[in-house]
Design a protein around this ligand. Structure first.
Ligand code: ADP
Length: 444
């Protein structure tokens, strides 16, 4: 019945089989016939390397079981793309396949983006399709539900355009670009791990071009996700895009004032090696240049190529605002170094889980103090997780709410989960069952 793409894992459990059966029943009730394909793309949790992918630095995520599955059938007669959701609270959308465009930020825009990304890449229109989306990745919680949706949709479009050049790495890059149609200027981590994740391993993902190396994690620990159940990001993505723009500006200041070209600055680590600079020396230089106030407002606007109003929200008018760039650069350089060290420890000294935990804690501190993307609830939850026995705990994803990830010794995971429920979720009237089914879970 099905062309199975990435869907095997879903059938691993009776609950997974039940889910697919329910999806097929709903699909048939809606479209009058059974689907003739299923595609799947997982969400992710990033172990370390937050807010660095869009600066070109490697990251270390794992794919998670929570995913987006799309059931669909071809509709050659109608030449329409009709997008529905197994959760009927999401409105249906339909248009002619020639008119697929991302015009607004709606749930189905991510599906349109994936479809459009592939059709533009291959320069051919996939056929008309009737599709139904069924997602289990918690939304806006730092686990990349939106990218899973884009990736599943791109996979669906690619299914019909059997173009040989479409490797997994290539589709991941197409999806990273396509997701920007919806409005956020993300890097490529989420899409890369969705296509390149491997069971039981983390992946060190490099960019430009996307490539990955599997990394074995220490046997003695497991990673637990806990959702603080709050989200304070601005829905239009400006908080996120401002961070991206700040980093572009910081990189450009580095490039111009240190006389280094843009490409090299995007890869601070090799650069530091080439110039024999420590990260501290490099950043001291940046600080000097930022404090010297050499740039005029107009020059910065020109470098950034952003609108005046965006610029005002990034830089403001005072030089204090400009110093913020220094903190952003400190985070990016420091986090990139932590990724490299984390990977080195996993390869060479996996027994040193205390050191791995410290890197995770440092990542959270840097995201909080230098990058200003934490909130009280996330700080509180990471502290609770540490108190419950985590070796390290940090916010995961873009921040301002959503999930934390904690590295926990395997032998205490059950107690850890109970303690976190008792301290964080119980006072919010969330039952243990609800917490452990939705908000607090072990990754595998
Ligand atoms: P995330 O970190 O989860 O990607 P975003 O806020 O960037 O957070 O994207 C979440 C958005 O993606 C949702 O508001 C919704 O529009 C869309 N989305 C993700 N998964 C689904 C789904 N299963 N069904 C409908 N929309 C979804």
């Amino acid at each position: 019945l099905f062309d199975e793409l990435n869907v095997e894992d879903v059938y691993d459990t009776p609950a997974g089989q039940q889910r697919i059966n329910n999806l097929i029943v709903k699909f048939e009730a809606k479209f009058g016939e059974q689907p003739n394909f299923l595609v799947r793309a997982p969400g992710r949790v990033n172990l370390i390397g937050e807010h660095v992918d869009y600066c070109g630095f490697p990251v270390l995520p794992i794919a998670i079981q929570q995913d987006v599955v799309i059931a669909g059938r071809t509709d050659e007669t109608d030449r329409k793309l009709t997008v529905s959701n197994a959760d009927s609270s999401f409105p249906e959308y339909s248009c002619n396949i020639r008119d697929v465009q991302v015009k607004e930020v709606k749930w189905y825009s991510y599906v349109l983006a994936g479809y459009l990304g592939i059709s533009q890449r291959i320069n051919t229109l996939p056929p008309g399709l009737q599709v139904m989306v069924d997602g289990t990745v918690p939304m806006s919680a730092g686990l990349s539900s939106s990218s899973a949706l884009v990736c599943a949709s791109a996979l669906m479009a690619a299914l019909f355009l059997k173009e040989k050049s479409l490797t997994r790495e290539c589709i991941a890059e197409v999806c990273a670009k396509a997701e920007r149609y919806v409005g956020t200027e993300g890097g490529g981590m989420d899409q890369a791990i969705s296509f390149l994740g491997v069971k039981g391993k983390a992946q060190l993902i490099n960019f430009n071009p996307v490539r990955c190396e599997p990394v074995s994690l220490p046997d003695s620990v497991t990673f637990v996700v806990a959702n603080c159940m709050v989200n304070k990001w601005k829905a239009d993505g400006t908080d996120f895009n401002n961070r991206v723009a700040e980093c572009r500006l910081a990189a450009d200041v580095l490039a111009t004032k240190l006389g280094l070209d843009w490409e090299k600055v995007q890869k601070l680590q090799p650069l530091m090696v080439a110039r024999d600079m420590t990260p501290k020396e490099l950043l001291e230089n940046v600080e000097q240049h930022l404090h010297s106030g050499v740039y005029t407002r107009d020059e910065i606007v020109d470098i950034l190529k952003v609108s005046d109003s965006t610029f005002a929200s990034i830089i403001g008018k005072s030089s204090n605002e400009v110093f913020r760039l220094y903190d952003r650069a400190v985070h990016v350089a420091g986090e990139a170094a932590r990724v490299a060290e984390f990977r080195r420890l996993c390869d060479e000294n996996p027994a040193d889980v205390q050191a791995l935990g410290r890197l995770i804690d440092e990542s959270h501190d840097s995201l909080k103090v230098k990058y200003n993307v934490s909130i009280e609830e996330l700080d509180n939850l990471t502290q609770i997780c540490k108190g419950a026995g985590a070796l390290g705990s940090r916010l995961v994803g873009a921040g301002f709410g959503g999930c934390t990830i904690s590295m926990v010794p395997k032998e205490i995971v059950d107690q850890f989960i109970f303690k976190v429920w008792e301290a964080y979720y119980k006072p919010l009237n969330v039952s243990e069952e609800e917490a452990t089914s939705k908000h607090l879970f072990v990754t595998s």
